[in-house]
Design a protein around this ligand. Structure first.
Ligand SMILES: NC(=O)c1ccc[n+]([C@@H]2O[C@H](COP(=O)([O-])OP(=O)(O)OC[C@H]3O[C@@H](n4cnc5c(N)ncnc54)[C@H](O)[C@@H]3O)[C@@H](O)[C@H]2O)c1
Length: 313
């Protein structure tokens, strides 16, 4: 995995990264990034879990001094440039989200008291809806709350296109919009290979439907075998690199989009302040309509999270 420690542009003096939710994804991320930051704040709804992961990490022989790895140091969020949220459960198919709802609510006073001014990077599923829920509950500006969204779905599409054309995945650009692992919208209008639109590719028939199916199969096999942590790591790493280095990197992420009146996955510039400008490409009308459907599905999920919250004591 490519690190972002050594690249100097826009560097901040002290890099403080916080992670809330120290299950498989959160703990692995802490290990991967520990040597790229100056301070690591490990947070979990279960204090014992946070203390356990902090001590485990301090035992791991890292360059980062043990005292810079802190459990439940909510007040230190004030210094953090980024807060990754990786709350469970790990199940993707019909997960019980009551624990996520409670964990987000219970953290709200601490996030607000810390006067957190960094960027939230949410990995929790369902991604767009829980990102919206986080933003509303923690009352942070939408520009500073984003989720990994369809970043992984976009990488799956690039891989499937590249495999069909026997090319390197890096030859392929373009974005998947919509809803991660749900109403995904592979925007073929944006897909280019070696800088050329698919319609301009020389020779041979390119079966978009088959490629789309292959990309979906990749996602299906990941979910069937309960994996996904590896791609989640790289997604987090890309987003955190963009934030810590102020890269203004264009990525498809779960963001608040005024046109859709809520959160949806859409390509945006990401830098130290979080979400910058939206990348407004000429989408096909059918793609625009599909993004609208995705946004409505996400809004329904957000309403369900609100209902769950209302049902809790
Ligand atoms: N964005 C992506 O591409 C991607 C990929 C893989 C996983 N994920 C998501 O990341 C999140 C964390 O996954 P994980 O594998 O680390 O999960 P996990 O079950 O290992 O860890 C979950 C963490 O959530 C918290 N939690 C509190 N109450 C809980 C409860 N009752 N049930 C479960 N967890 C509870 C705890 O902090 C726990 O450590 C999930 O939402 C998962 O779907 C996202």
């Amino acid at each position: 995995m490519r690190g972002w420690f050594f690249f100097g542009k826009g560097r901040v003096n002290v890099r403080t990264l916080a992670i809330y939710g120290l299950g498989v994804v959160g703990a692995q991320l802490a290990l991967t990034l520990a040597n790229q930051v100056d301070e690591l704040l490990l947070l979990d709804p279960d204090e014992q879990r946070a203390v356990a992961v902090a001590n485990d990490l301090q035992s791991a022989g890292l360059a980062l001094p043990a005292k810079q790895i802190k459990a439940q140091a909510w007040a230190d969020l004030k210094r953090a440039q980024a807060l990754v949220v990786a709350l469970g459960p790990a199940e993707v198919v019909q997960p019980d989200l009551s624990a996520v709802v409670a964990a987000v609510r219970v953290a709200a006073p601490q996030v607000q008291a810390a006067d957190f001014t960094g960027v939230v990077v949410n990995l929790t599923q369902p991604n767009e809806a829980t990102t919206a829920w986080l933003q509303a509950t923690w009352q942070l500006p939408p520009q500073r709350v984003l989720g990994s969204g369809t970043l992984v779905d976009t990488q799956q599409l690039h891989q499937a296109v590249a495999a069909a054309l026997h090319l390197a995945p890096a030859s392929v650009t373009g974005y998947v919009y919509g809803q991660h692992a749900g109403q995904i919208v592979p925007a073929w209008s944006t897909v280019q290979v070696d800088g050329r639109l698919l319609s301009a590719l020389p020779g041979g028939h390119f079966d978009q439907q088959q490629v789309q199916t292959n990309a979906r199969l990749m996602a299906y096999y990941v979910i069937r075998g309960q994996a996904g942590q590896l791609a989640a790591q790289t997604a987090a790493n890309r987003l955190l690199g963009a934030i810590f280095q102020d890269q203004q990197l264009v990525v498809p992420a779960a963001v608040f989009h005024p046109q859709y009146g809520g959160y949806v996955s859409f390509p945006v510039r990401v830098g130290r302040q979080g979400v910058g400008t939206y990348l407004l490409l000429d989408l096909y009308p059918v793609e625009q309509a599909q993004i609208q459907v995705a946004a409505e599905t996400i809004a329904t999920q957000v309403a369900e999270l609100q209902q769950l919250n209302g049902a809790q004591p």
